[in-house]
Design a protein around this ligand. Structure first.
Ligand code: SF4
Length: 323
């Protein structure tokens, strides 16, 4: 073990469960460089659950979108580096307007967030007067500014129930909207967006796998309904991690982005993961090199025009009040 890893022995031994030793050794100098940059710039790193274990290794916090937003709110560091995609960095900037917020891979967008624009939201709202609009956190700041409240996959059902109305507009993910309608019994008017990663799972493949192997199947709510119907549990990445930490099934299949199983495996080494996963190219734009590069700058900190930010902040604040 080299000198850097010797100082991070616990990290190295945990990573060794999911990352080849040679890869850990190669990454060690870069991890040390990032740690020095963070200390020098009063920075913390937030990583989404879909980041690789090596990227998560330099993060003060790894979690789902809701947990990332809640962590950002109480962070005291002057700079927050977001290892995820642009809407996540925008959300952090909206919550922490006085901080320098960096997106490690500046080009990392999200095809789901890009599936709806401001004009489309206005058209849907005009067609459904009086119906509250709920935007998934996977939307641009401009779209958030047009709605009443935001939600994440972790709290979508809670948020919609809290509105206390018989009908809501939910955008942009049609499958999350379907999941919320099933769980809440509330009529949901959905937009047609879908996540390019979660729509690739296939119910027939899961049934075929189950014929030969006993496995606990966990699906993200962004999966289509026939896929969710095959699952033993449906929930956000944070809810999946909690379910596995508590239940400890001997074998689990996670129907979500590939890195999720690697990250949970760090916490639950006794679980054998079947990996029929799909990669998100946007999430995978982030590497350790990009994290170091963001801190070394000059880069482009996230900026949101103040009046737009004020309107976009309101639905996020309302979501956080609901919890
Ligand atoms: S996994 Fe889907 S929703 Fe998440 S960033 Fe990738 S494309 Fe967007």
């Amino acid at each position: 073990m080299n000198a850097v890893l010797a100082r991070h022995a616990d990290l190295a031994s945990r990573l060794a469960r999911v990352v080849p030793a040679a890869e850990i050794a190669l990454a060690a100098p870069l991890i040390a460089r990032i740690e020095a940059l963070k200390a020098d710039q009063d920075a913390v790193v937030l990583a989404h659950n879909y980041q690789t274990p090596l990227v998560s290794a330099v993060a003060e916090f790894t979690g789902d979108s809701l947990a990332m937003a809640q962590y950002a709110l109480q962070a005291t560091a002057g700079t927050i580096v977001v290892c995820g995609v642009r809407f996540m960095a925008e959300t952090v900037k909206l919550l922490c307007p006085d901080k320098r917020v960096l997106l490690s891979a500046e080009e990392a967008g999200c095809s789901l967030a890009d599936s709806i624009g401001v004009e489309a939201v206005r058209a849907v709202r005009a067609a459904c007067p009086g119906v509250p609009a709920v935007a998934y956190i996977n939307t641009t700041a401009a779209v958030k500014a047009e709605v009443d409240v935001c939600c994440t996959s972790a709290n979508a059902v809670r948020v919609v129930r809290a509105l206390g109305v018989p009908q809501v507009i939910m955008l942009p993910d049609q499958h999350l909207a379907g999941f919320v309608a099933e769980e809440s019994g509330i009529e949901v008017i959905a937009w047609s967006g879908q996540c390019e990663v979660h729509t690739r799972f296939d119910a027939a493949d899961i049934r075929a796998f189950r014929r030969d192997t006993a496995v606990t199947v966990l699906a993200h709510p962004e999966c289509p309904e026939p896929v969710r119907a095959e699952a033993d549990f449906v929930g956000s990445t944070g809810a999946m991690a909690k379910f596995l930490a508590e239940r400890r099934p001997p074998r689990a299949m996670l129907l979500t982005e590939c890195a999720m199983a690697d990250n949970v495996a760090l916490q639950c080494p006794d679980i054998n993961f079947v990996r029929p996963c799909n990669l998100c190219p946007h999430m995978k734009a982030t590497t350790l090199e990009r994290v170091a590069g963001a801190l070394e700058g000059p880069g482009a900190p996230i900026e949101i025009e103040p009046s737009l930010a004020a309107r976009a902040r309101r639905p996020i604040a309302r979501m956080l009040e609901i919890g």
